[in-house]
Design a binder for this molecule. Structure first.
Ligand SMILES: C[S@@+](CC[C@H](N)C(=O)[O-])C[C@H]1O[C@@H](n2cnc3c(N)ncnc32)[C@H](O)[C@@H]1O
Length: 265
């Protein structure tokens, strides 16, 4: 078994795919709709619509609804996520999946894509700002980039904030491999794209209770990777810290994501 970070990341998502699709996909649906809305009523140049970090591919139905004749390509590293994505692809003859690194779009589709749409994948890449410049370079002139990602801080109160706090205490070096200090608009512009939107997007999310949130994060979310890398004892301690400081009963929060829309010139 390899220690390669991208291999660990893929294995983490493999085991989380079913739980992610069940728990998080419906809760994240408003952000998927936000990202896809950038393609509504747009005449795109020729070429495929690329969806890097597609996971189980919840972006597909909304994109296919507005561009039914377009090739739509979901790209992801995790075979488990792609296996679930296949269920959505089966309903769309023009859609297909590629197992690969989302960082490499521009070498595979240099200046050839009609659009790049991505939700909640960019912040997981080793260098998100470089990745977004690469995604912009994959576009044909007139092509559209629409990317929703989580910034460093998504909320000051709520389960995401509490989870960040207990993780920071347990892992003071913060070596989670995720990205920080996103200067996305600047980098997209430096790759020749005209930035149309660079803004926060908040939506409410409801959890039955803190325990359900925790279970979903471990079984179907990014914490699954932490189980593989740090083991059960570490996770049990983290869980105890989290639950001891969480409120009881239903938990609603309103995290803020970041949305960038840009057009290639
Ligand atoms: C939180 S999920 C988001 C999935 C989907 N876009 C959604 O909105 O539900 C993040 C996905 O990014 C994928 N991912 C992370 N790094 C990647 C990389 N370098 N190349 C391709 N996929 C990657 C993971 O495998 C995972 O499926």
């Amino acid at each position: 078994m390899s220690d390669d970070p991208s291999d660990l990341l893929a294995r983490g998502w493999d085991g989380a795919a079913e739980g992610y699709d069940r728990y998080f996909v419906p809760r994240f649906a408003p952000w998927v709709a936000t990202a896809a809305s950038a393609l509504h009523a747009r005449t795109l140049p020729p070429g495929p619509i690329l969806v890097p970090c597609c996971g189980t591919f919840p972006e597909l139905p909304a994109i296919a609804a507005t561009h039914p004749d377009r090739e739509i390509v979901g790209i992801d590293l995790s075979p488990g996520m792609l296996a679930r994505a296949r269920r959505r692809v089966a309903a769309h003859p023009r859609a297909r999946l590629v197992r690969g690194d989302a960082v490499d779009l521009a070498s595979r589709w240099p200046g050839e894509a009609a659009a790049v749409v991505s939700v909640f994948g960019l912040q997981q890449l080793p260098d998100p700002a470089a990745a977004i410049a690469g995604w912009a370079s994959a576009l044909r002139p007139g092509g559209v980039l629409s990317v929703v990602s989580w910034p460093d801080e998504t909320e000051t109160d709520g389960p995401f904030a509490l989870l960040s706090a207990v993780r920071a205490e347990a892992q003071p070096d913060g070596a989670d491999g995720s990205a920080r200090h996103l200067r996305l608009a600047e980098r997209a512009a430096s790759a020749g794209a005209l930035v149309e939107r660079d803004e926060p997007v908040s939506h409410p999310i409801d959890h039955p209770d803190a325990e359900s949130f925790w279970t979903a994060m471990v079984g179907g979310g990014p914490l699954h990777k932490l189980v593989l890398s740090h083991g059960e004892a570490f996770m049990a301690e983290l869980r105890e810290q989290f639950l001891s400081r969480a409120p009881s009963g239903p938990w609603r929060h309103r995290p803020t994501a970041h949305w960038i829309v840009a057009r290639a010139t």
